[in-house]
Design a protein around this ligand. Sequence first.
Ligand code: NAP
Length: 242
Amino acid sequence: MSEKKVAIITGASRGIGKACAIELAKAGYDIAVTYAGNDEAANKTVSELKDIGVNAKAYKFDVASEEACCENVAKIHEEFGRIDVLVNNAGITRDGLFIRMNAENWNAVINTNLNSAFYMTNPVSKIMMKQREGAIINMSSIVGVMGNAGQANYSAAKAGLIGFTKSLAKELGSRNIRVNAIAPGFIQTDMTKDLDTEKIAEHIPMKKLGQPEDIAKAVKFLAVDGLYVTGQVLGVDGGLVV
Ligand code: NAP
């Protein structure tokens, strides 16, 4: 069994998750990359991680399935030997005004963005409790803090992650397991590629969108350096929410 530290990052084939995987690999962590279906992107991420010099493997499963999460956490634990960091990052949007929002779009977003955190964290926290150490980072959003018209489902899921983070920090602190959230602002990834970036930038105090690496550096801080930080929601948003 490897004694190197191990991080699981959900939704690490692309975007913010991929940047987090690269940042933690640079800090020496072996990485379990999880993703939904984009094999090409996941394989590319794994090969970039291996080039950094760490062990990395991709696991394809739907984070909205409790059974799949439990099975894959067990597999990752068996194959990597330990789990030190969990980044609950995988997420989707199904935007639309609330009066036109159907239950399918509500449930898809709640299941993928919020219930997934329960499905992943439940088995991982048991492993971390035995290790008496661990760090869990939940990818929330500024809209979980301030709400957003057209994103009632997504805002509810992201706000739910904040309550989840604070409660779990209180339950797991005595076991040396820290639980924090990050609330990114507008970050340039596939998720935001159809937005009018120039118009959005005008409303951001720093007058620019963020990059996935900006979030990855915050994840690295919460995972590796912030050893007395738990239950916090770290805004990384160019000053949008102050
Ligand atoms: P992205 O570029 O769209 O990437 C999404 C990632 O999640 C991909 O790796 C995708 O896998 C995976 N994924 C999606 N649904 C999944 C499922 N059901 N099961 C397993 N994996 C799944 O998104 P992003 O912009 O990097 O966002 C990452 C996180 O940050 C999300 O939680 C998002 O809500 C949050 N966030 C983003 C922004 C922003 O401005 N971008 C702002 C605030 C918060 P495949 O590649 O296989 O599809």
